[in-house]
Design a protein around this ligand. Structure first.
Ligand SMILES: Cc1cc2nc3c(=O)[nH]c(=O)nc-3n(C[C@H](O)[C@H](O)[C@H](O)COP(=O)(O)OP(=O)(O)OC[C@H]3O[C@@H](n4cnc5c(N)ncnc54)[C@H](O)[C@@H]3O)c2cc1C
Length: 355
């Protein structure tokens, strides 16, 4: 039997399972999925988990069941590419013939002193739960500072506003305007929502240091009760420590078939992979579909396509609380209730395997 090992049950590897298990898994291949968490976690909803507007159960999706799928729960500590082995804490190493690394990302703190020690995170389900506890136990009129005005910072700030109208919320953003790389209409819409809902957006922020309950913006101290970090990501530590070629963001450089050069049996999917787009769940899924195509062709000894098609991305959708949203679909700016409905629809389709 050939052994395919999937590291991480995130968006990338869940798509691999959804494609392979019903249709394309040869009888002589077994799959071992390794994750520290005993279910697939809907990372795109962690902002709502942290804000306290959805329950923990709503961000869990059961892993599939199949006679040829074995699931190992545990912490991966390393990958030995020479021995073809996954190193684990508290359990035996797991060997593989073929491997798909889909371990997602960690926060990136840009070497800002204190940022890793004194800030909360929504990057893993465990960290999002800690953030939920901290935010929701705050007394009235406490100050929450969110560093990073990208999609997840905006979603967290707006969701928290609806969850806790009594808190003072500050959103620190590097740009001259919020979402400065988006069309002006979207940027203005989001800024208006924050103005109307009493979220203080601090533009052209430059966080230089973080201490306990103290944020230094352009070296000026800002008192705050809780700081949440949403100001950047980098590939998972296991991948950062892997001795292979990486791009400037630390993502693994791959061949057009998504495997590590000179290692046809090791693929990297999702946030850890160097692709010509910003990391996202839909990118991880699109790439995963291509990996399944390549894997099955290699198993069947078929020729690989000369070129791989471009991964098609549908656009970006962001929420502003439960009723409003914004997005870019096929380069068209959308704002308001329709954007929010679309976002909920995408989540529903994903959860119930319609997407
Ligand atoms: C708040 C927020 C909102 C977002 N919204 C969107 C959105 O609207 N649309 C969109 O497309 N993208 C969105 N993203 C980005 C998206 O969530 C990621 O790009 C996507 O999850 C990447 O998928 P992945 O398969 O690479 O890894 P992940 O989905 O992150 O999965 C990684 C898996 O690896 C496991 N793992 C990690 N390290 C270890 C270890 N050492 N040992 C064992 N297991 C481990 C984790 O438990 C996890 O199950 C959002 C992200 C955040 C934080």
């Amino acid at each position: 039997m050939k052994k395919l090992v999937l590291l991480g049950g995130g968006y990338g590897n869940m798509r691999v399972l959804r494609e392979l298990l019903p249709n394309h898994l040869p009888d002589d291949v077994t799959i071992t999925l390794i994750d520290r968490v005993p279910y697939h976690s809907l990372k795109t909803e962690y902002y709502a988990l942290a804000a306290g507007t959805i329950s923990d159960q709503e961000v869990r999706v059961a892993f599939p069941e199949h006679p040829n799928l074995n699931i190992v729960y545990g912490e991966v500590t390393g990958i030995d590419l020479e021995k073809k082995e996954i190193l684990m804490t508290n359990s035996d190493n797991v060997s593989y013939d073929e491997l798909i690394v889909g371990l997602g990302c960690d926060d990136k703190f840009h070497n800002i002193p204190g940022a890793d020690t004194y800030t909360y995170s929504i990057q893993t389900i465990g960290k999002a739960r800690d953030t939920y506890q901290k935010l929701n136990n705050l007394p009235a009129n406490s100050i929450v500072s969110i560093v990073g005005g990208g999609l997840s910072g905006i979603e967290l700030a707006s969701e928290l506003r609806e969850s806790r109208p009594d808190l003072i919320i500050k959103l620190f953003d590097r740009g001259k305007t919020i979402l400065s790389s988006f069309p002006e209409r979207i940027s203005r819409y989001v800024q208006n929502w924050f103005n109307m809902n009493g979220v203080d957006v601090i533009n052209e922020a430059n966080i230089t240091k973080v201490e306990d309950q103290l944020l230094f913006n352009n070296d000026e101290p800002v008192h705050t009760d809780v700081i949440v970090w949403t100001a950047g990501i980098q590939p998972n530590k296991i991948v950062r420590e892997l001795n292979v070629e990486k791009d400037k963001q630390g993502r693994v450089i791959l061949t057009k078939y998504h495997n590590i050069p000179n290692r046809e049996n090791v693929y990297v999917v999702g946030d850890c992979a160097s692709l010509p787009y910003a990391p996202s769940a839909q990118l991880a899924e699109g790439q995963a579909e291509q990996i399944v195509t390549i894997l099955t062709k290699r198993w069947e000894g078929e020729e690989l396509p000369e070129e791989m098609p471009t991964i098609k991305l549908k656009g970006v959708l962001g929420s502003l609380g439960k009723k409003q949203g914004f997005g870019l679909m096929a380069d068209r700016a959308i704002t308001g209730r329709i954007a929010r409905i679309l976002k909920s629809g995408v989540l529903w389709m994903y959860k119930f395997h319609k997407g």
